[in-house]
Design a protein around this ligand. Structure first.
Ligand code: SAH
Ligand code: SF4
Ligand code: F3S
Length: 446
């Protein structure tokens, strides 16, 4: 049945979902499907979805409304919803959205070809079983970029932060064998990749199923396996930041000096309600360890405004924390309650919508000032920038990132995406630095 049928995948949410879309594409290609150039000429459209916040889910709802119309015009079009939303909302999806032909959760992608076939015979199948052993070992993902690659090294989360739906959409933690990861890293390095990001919902609780080696051991082995490649990792949980991990980063020049360390709130009482397992003094101690061992390290974080029980004084504590740490960047959200989570079952969602939005705006405004000041301090220095793409505004300029993950645009001259370039930084905003090219350190095709 699949011979020649064309598929299109639209991906939402985190980098793990992006990596998963590469796995899904490989499974379908191996089964005889072809990729379509666009949604318009696809026979099967997949939405690989994110359930982490209310507005992410609403976006899927709008798209499914739009696809209902498309299905009236294209009778054989099939629509599959994958990822975290169907895993969370289960068969209820079918009654809410008539456009859906089938649904599958994050552990079911190997069986997608069978599911598509089943869906063609008019039933609306669902594959939502967790498979705690599934790491998609042995599947070579289809990769969009020839420069940067993601490798999911662990999946799932055992932490149960009170606000978070991920443990319910991704299941228990499981890790990819270290030898498999380093093998893939070597292949990517040989194929010319310049940057590899190790992914996990909770990446530093990685544990090699064969040897029991932890994340520092994996990171070290990966850095050694690809000495010319930039190595990044995300997302870390504060509880798993250890001296061993920081020493590993310090000892390998190709591990990027950037740590993304979600803190969520600056208030101990809110952190307790969130079940984060640490207070602010422990968090600040981790930041101290990181900064002591890694001079010049950049730090980023995630913040939630208006979690259950958050008072004005708790909110001010978050603003104070931002002033104390002076993160280089932050992802900031207002709290939205997610069904099934600890908070939705045990804590009243008692901060008004208005307060949530105002507090979020205050957090964003302050963080923008801090990011702008941090970036301004970079002006005048020379950065090593890995060019990633043409800048959105002009094909004559390239966009790239420093080792610390700062975005830099510069006049490209003869440069290509993939080149590692020495750039003199001459101006800045809160989000980007601009600079002048001073020389190519390593050309992409060398
Ligand atoms: N460790 C995970 C976290 C995923 S969620 C990972 O990065 O893979 C990313 C961020 O979304 C969290 O750190 C948190 O700041 C935010 N978030 C999670 N649940 C939320 C909710 N219910 N409302 C608002 N923000 C939320
Ligand atoms: Fe969204 Fe979280 Fe699922 Fe990623 S793991 S797609 S952030 S709900
Ligand atoms: Fe979510 Fe907390 Fe895990 S934010 S992914 S439950 S570490």
């Amino acid at each position: 049945m699949p011979e020649g049928r064309k598929f299109h995948i639209q991906t939402f949410g985190c980098q793990m979902n992006e990596a998963d879309s590469g796995i899904i594409a490989r499974v379908l290609l191996d089964a005889g499907f072809r990729r379509s150039g666009s949604e318009l000429d696809a026979d099967v459209i997949f939405l690989n979805t994110c359930a982490v916040r209310e507005n992410a889910v609403e976006k899927i709802g709008h798209l499914l409304e739009h696809l209902k119309g498309a299905k009236k015009r294209r009778k054989t079009l099939q629509v599959g919803v994958l990822g975290c939303v169907p895993q969370h909302q289960r068969e209820e999806m079918f009654s809410r959205f008539p456009a859906i032909d089938f649904i599958a959760g994050p552990d079911s992608y190997r069986r997608l070809p069978a599911l598509i076939e089943e869906a063609a015979s008019a039933v609306r199948p669902a594959m939502l079983d967790f498979n705690p052993a599934e790491t998609y070992e042995g599947i070579q993902p289809v990769r969009e970029s020839r420069i940067s690659a993601f490798i999911p090294v662990m999946r799932g989360c055992n932490n149960m932060c009170a606000f978070c739906v991920v443990p319910f959409t991704r299941g228990r933690e499981r890790s990819q064998p270290l030898e498999m990861v380093t093998g893939e890293v070597r292949e990517l390095a040989e194929a010319g990749y310049r940057e590899i990001t190790l992914l996990g919902q909770n990446v530093n609780s990685y544990s090699d199923p064969d040897s029991g080696a932890g994340f520092p051991g994996l990171l070290d082995a990966v850095a050694l396996a690809a000495p010319g490649v930039r190595i990044r990792f995300t997302t870390s949980h504060p509880k798993d930041i250890s001296i061993g991990l920081v020493d590993t980063i310090a000892s390998r020049p190709n591990i990027c000096r950037h740590v993304h360390l979600p803190v969520q709130s600056g208030s101990d009482s809110v952190l307790r309600g969130m079940n984060r397992g640490h207070g602010i003094s422990e968090y600040l101690e981790k930041i101290r360890i990181i900064r002591d061992a890694l001079p010049g390290v950049t730090l980023s974080t995630d913040i939630i405004a208006g979690f259950c029980g958050e008072r004005e004084e708790d909110h001010r504590a978050t603003l104070d924390l931002l002033r104390t740490v002076r993160f280089d960047a932050a992802f900031m959200f207002h709290y939205s309650t997610r069904e099934g989570t600890l908070a939705s079952r045990t804590l009243p969602d008692d901060v008004t919508e208005e307060d949530k939005k105002r507090r979020l705006q205050e957090i964003i405004d302050l963080q923008q000032e801090i990011s702008a000041e941090n970036n301004r301090l970079q002006v005048g220095t020379v950065a090593e920038v890995l060019a990633e793409s043409e800048s959105r505004r002009s094909p004559d300029r390239l966009l790239g990132r420093t080792d610390g993950n700062r975005a830099v645009v510069f006049d490209r001259g003869e440069c290509m995406p993939g080149d590692l370039v020495r750039v003199r930084l001459i101006s800045s905003t809160s989000a980007t630095l601009s600079g002048r090219r001073e020389g190519v350190i390593r050309a992409f095709l060398s």
